[in-house]
Design a protein around this ligand. Structure first.
Ligand code: AMP
Length: 223
């Protein structure tokens, strides 16, 4: 089972994605997390990527595309949930070419729809749990408010990503996401147009619903 998930930063993509991941026991392949791992490990790739990430810009394709395709190739036989990639029309095309070349079937593409202003507020409230990136915590969303300053799931320490608190960087990331010509929405629509002929299902979810409602809609469609 192979799934692509699209949604602006702040749409609950990580939360919903982790549900799909658990249901099918998939590898969660998150391009941003792969970069952060490289940065944490002090690798050459991490050093190159950091300057772009800190500015809220896309890391260049010659670094990003081979990195992600390599992780996909070495992923679990159960399949993957790919999150954060593709983020541009070029990445979308390159991914599709690679999947075709390797005979890999895509089963679902999920798009979470959310207005830009709502997404921005949610990002600024997001907190990361030291124990698990997928523990949802957000000081501006009642349903997932942290327990004081601790993770609502496991009580772990929380922190905010520096790039989540930088409005200029958020706006830049959203300029990329909401760009329907060459950006991430263009990538998403590329797959929407392919869906019927290529035999995968394109699922659109209303990101303004409650987490439980979105979860129920998603689970019903994945079955
Ligand atoms: P994220 O955790 O998805 O918000 O990603 C953090 C940062 O990593 C982004 O703001 C980009 O700088 C970089 N990044 C993640 N995915 C990609 C991608 N598919 N292409 C280029 N840069 C990416």
């Amino acid at each position: 089972m192979n799934i692509l998930i699209f949604g602006p930063n702040g749409s609950g993509k990580g939360t919903q994605g982790s549900l799909a991941k658990k249901k099918y026991d998939l590898d969660h392949i998150e391009s941003g997390a792969i970069f952060r791992k490289h940065i944490g490990g002090g690798t050459e790739l991490g050093k190159k990527a950091k300057e772009y990430i800190d500015r809220g810009e896309l890391v260049p394709d010659d670094i990003t595309i081979p990195m992600v395709l390599d992780v996909l190739k070495n992923s679990s036989p159960n399949g993957w949930l790919l999150d954060g990639f593709p983020r541009s029309i070029v990445q979308a095309q390159k991914l599709w070419e690679a999947l075709q070349a390797d005979g890999v079937k895509l089963n679902f593409v999920i798009e979470i729809l959310l207005p830009r202003e709502v997404a921005k507020n949610r990002i600024m409230g997001r907190r990361l749990c030291k124990n698990d990136n997928n523990h949802p915590n957000n000081i501006f969303i009642d349903a997932i408010k942290p327990d004081g300053d601790k993770c609502r799931v496991c009580g772990g320490e929380l922190s905010a990503r520096a790039d989540d608190q930088d409005e200029g960087a958020i706006d830049k990331r959203h300029d990329i996401y909401y760009d329907t010509t060459t950006g991430t929405l263009a990538a998403s629509y590329y797959y929407k147009n392919l869906a019927k002929d290529a035999g995968f299902k394109y699922i659109e979810l209303d990101g303004e619903g409650s987490i439980d409602d979105i979860r129920a809609t998603l689970m019903a469609q994945l079955d």
